[in-house]
Design a protein around this ligand. Structure first.
Ligand SMILES: NC(=O)c1ccc[n+]([C@@H]2O[C@H](COP(=O)([O-])OP(=O)(O)OC[C@H]3O[C@@H](n4cnc5c(N)ncnc54)[C@H](OP(=O)(O)O)[C@@H]3O)[C@@H](O)[C@H]2O)c1
Length: 367
């Protein structure tokens, strides 16, 4: 099953709105076939693994799959049919499908055909890998990972506003891996204006399902000359704005090939006089587009808004062993949380990456 999870990982960030699934088939203690779901419309992991050899080779084998096989016709025929044809003697499933259309059905179909079925093998690992799909299929909203890089004393820029680079080359490389696994990268308009980032994944060309960039800019401050609109991949840019953005600016952005989403505004924090774009509306629209996983890369105002709205499913913080002292920019500097009610997290993992520490945390209310 560990190998099946490795297979599944190859599809991360490319399968939307389908789940990344892996499959390994074993016979006489040897792996005879492997497969994974590469993108929506491509064969599912089981069908891919079962296409590698003549059907009779699979008789009596054990098929390991990270998610319960589908039992209905979607873009491709049901995987249970392909499995029944191949006649393995055992099917081992890591996680059951939370999709009510499929849940438990495959097990009944396979068992009725005399195939032994085991479930729950490396279930925790599979559930973690499938978390974005599970969130989307049950709530129609994407899973949101918030990533921030900060100094030891919680600064994301120095007193003069310099933010490049707080963390090491290795940590920044690790962030590119996070980006590769998400369906979209999200930033606030100050980050888009000040850093002018491209937010592309490596090798965006030629990928089956490239990643989107989403920029939040309610009033039209990000120029149409920003990299996200001019780097040749504007079709991958979603410009989320409001009625407060001048019509002329919206037209200029639309002319670059980017999608323009008009969202409602709201007052996210009681003490804030200025309305900002509704993050709930944003995530609802992203869910409609079939985005399973959004990676927010800042800045601090947006990070604070997401936390305040309890929209963070996973928090990843890179901490550099540097002290920046007095600064206007703290990781979550826009909201004064009170100690008794401050957002709390459980540390899921700590790892040294280059000279920095990477923390992966889950909000306490999601545990
Ligand atoms: N170290 C890191 O990990 C990291 C990551 C990213 C950025 N940065 C640094 O952070 C700085 C920028 O951060 P920032 O805090 O000034 O700004 P930001 O979070 O990048 O952008 C905030 C702006 O986004 C717009 N926005 C629209 N809807 C929003 C919503 N619902 N919630 C919050 N904002 C919303 C607002 O402007 P409108 O009202 O005009 O729409 C808001 O002022 C830069 O110096 C950048 O280099 C550091």
């Amino acid at each position: 099953m560990g190998k099946a999870l490795e297979q599944a990982a190859q599809g991360l960030g490319h399968t939307r709105p389908n789940p990344p699934v892996g499959c390994v088939i074993v016979k006489n203690n040897n792996i005879i076939a492997e497969g994974y779901h590469a993108f929506a419309g491509a064969p599912h992991a089981e069908a891919s693994a079962l296409s590698k050899l003549p059907t009779e080779e699979y008789v009596g084998s054990t098929l390991y799959v990270t998610l319960e096989p589908c039992s209905t016709t979607g873009r491709t025929p049901p995987c249970t049919e392909a499995i029944l044809k191949a006649k393995p003697s055992r099917v081992v499933i890591a996680a059951l499908d939370p999709n009510p259309k499929h849940a438990g059905k495959a097990i009944a179909i396979l068992e009725a055909a005399g195939i032994e079925v085991s479930t729950g093998i490396l279930e925790q690992e599979a559930t973690a890998q499938l978390a974005p799909f599970f969130k989307w299929i049950t709530t129609h909203r994407p899973f949101l990972t918030l990533k921030m890089a900060q100094s030891l004393d919680g600064a994301i820029a120095d007193h003069a506003g310099q933010s490049k680079w707080i963390t090491s080359h290795e940590a920044r490389k690790d962030v590119r891996m996070l980006r590769a696994r998400a369906d979209a990268v999200l930033v606030g308009c100050n980050t888009a204006c000040e850093d002018n980032p491209s937010l592309l994944r490596d090798n965006e060309n030629g990928l089956n399902q490239p990643g989107y960039r989403i920029i939040l800019d309610s009033c039209g401050r990000v120029p149409a000359t920003a990299k996200c609109f001019t780097d040749g991949f504007a079709n991958l840019t979603i410009y989320a704005t409001s009625e407060h953005c001048p019509e002329e600016h919206r037209s200029k952005i639309a002319a670059t090939g980017a999608a323009v989403w008009i969202l409602p505004t709201e007052f996210p924090f009681s003490k804030q006089a200025r309305p900002t774009l509704s993050l709930h509306a944003l995530l609802a629209k992203a869910g409609e587009l079939g985005l399973l996983h959004i990676l927010c890369e800042g800045g601090s105002e947006l990070a604070s808004s997401l936390l305040n709205a309890k929209l963070v499913d996973e928090l990843i913080i890179y901490i550099a062993p540097k002290i920046l002292g007095a600064t206007q920019k703290h990781t979550f500097g826009s909201i004064p949380f009170d100690l008794p009610t401050a957002p709390r997290f459980k540390i899921c993992s700590t790892e040294q990456i280059g000279s920095d520490i990477k923390l992966i945390l889950k909000p306490n209310d999601l545990i």
